[in-house]
Write a protein that binds this ligand. Sequence first.
Ligand code: SF4
Length: 223
Amino acid sequence: MNQRQKMKAVITFLKKNYDTEHALARNKFMLLIGTILSQRSRDITTEKAERSLFSVAKTPETIAKLPIKKLQALIRISGPYRQKAKRIKAVSEIILKKYKGRVPKTRVELLELPGVGFKTADIVLSYGYGVPTIAVDTHVNRIPRRIGLVSSKANIEEARKELEALTPLKDRFIINLGLVQFGQTVCKAVRPLCEKCELNKLCDYYQKQRQLSIILKRLETIT
Ligand code: SF4
């Protein structure tokens, strides 16, 4: 099976199993701040930090007004909170002053904001503005490599371009959304549930592991 055929099968699988209906409804500013909070943080701690912060302030105006110590305390659970607090405050101030309170909608402008890298920019573009770009987060960076959809040596930007070249515009949205959920439940970073996985027949990682275990078993019978 070539890469295009594999991608077609993966898209069909993701569409069948994961829902995208409500993904675009989120507030763009909260989406941006939530994505900054998620950097180097587990999903569960990100959610707690989001709840804590947004219960007190959820607009550029209210976050820009928060004293930095108060902001740090609100997001303390989310990993490097001092650095994140500084960035979130700076992002809020820039959005207020430069963009009149609106989150910018181009990749170039987003990448100029403190703490915004490729993943964060692409998440805002795709989930916030419906732009057909594929956000490469930890799950999207791992799973297509295992399956053999992108080259193992590709960096994050190259991986995004390779994935986008294989994915029709109308289907790009499901890639991040579906693979995140698939990565949290089945294709986990450590000990993926390959035996139960519906994609195992087309997955390079699984096929290699299988061949390896066959060879090891043969060796055991010989020795
Ligand atoms: S077979 Fe295993 S490694 Fe491959 S996609 Fe499924 S869970 Fe991930």
